[in-house]
Design a protein. Structure first.
Length: 221
């Protein structure tokens, strides 16, 4: 999945958002929102293998989280499209007094549909336009998230990362137990099959001397 999480915010107040992946990045996005300056700007923050791209204009912030392999052209094309759709939406005119997630019901589905579109078949004309804008605007910076966080925020994000790693470790241990159990049953089956084959071989050898019913040896004795 290329684009993972997108939102529209007024300052640090999230008006609407949508998360396409299963992992929760809410804390990371909320932390980054508090660090975005109030002036109009475009910037990319780097965190782990993810990039947080945003456009800040007119007091509104349009942000999208993406895999680092995507680059910047498609995410900024998405943000430009998101900005146009939000500006054209009737609810945007009254968003000045809107509370947190106040536009989730009206604009959240738009973000969801736009994420799906760009993750499956991004429009070529939007990508071309974004490339042209990125070529013209050379001051779009890329900054590491670690550089804007204080120690407490780093610890909180590290805890989030540790929780995810702990969950992955638990899943790994559960999978290892399943594999061990499967291996044990396979070994038991192989052992049982070996015993059966051994008995058959012994019967064949004995049958050569005593007959198929092994009655000839008993009659001789």
């Amino acid at each position: 999945m290329s684009l993972i999480h997108a939102l529209v915010a007024r300052g640090s107040t999230i008006l609407a958002e949508h998360q396409a992946g299963k992992r929760d990045f809410s804390h990371a996005t909320e932390t980054i929102l508090t660090k975005i300056p109030p002036n109009d700007s475009k910037l990319t923050y780097v965190w782990e293998q993810y990039l947080f791209h945003y456009v800040s204009e007119g007091g509104y912030i349009y942000l999208v989280m993406a895999d680092d392999a995507v680059g910047r052209r498609m995410p900024f094309a998405f943000l430009a499209d998101l900005q146009r759709k939000f500006s054209a939406a009737p609810s945007s005119s009254s968003s000045g007094e809107t509370p947190v997630h106040g536009l989730q019901g009206s604009f959240g589905p738009t973000i969801s549909a736009l994420l799906h579109q760009y993750n499956t078949s991004p429009p070529v004309d939007e990508l071309t336009r974004a490339r042209s804008e990125l070529d013209q605007v050379k001051d779009i910076m890329v900054q590491n998230v670690e550089q804007i966080l204080n120690r407490g925020e780093r610890i909180e994000l590290l805890v989030d990362k540790t929780d995810v790693m702990a969950g992955q470790a638990t899943a790994f241990r559960r999978g290892a137990r399943t594999v061990r159990r499967q291996m044990w049953w396979r070994n038991q089956k192989i052992l049982a099959l070996s015993i059966i084959v051994g008995l058959i071989i012994l019967w064949i050898i004995a049958a050569q001397f005593c007959g198929a019913g092994l009655n000839q040896c008993s009659s001789r004795s």
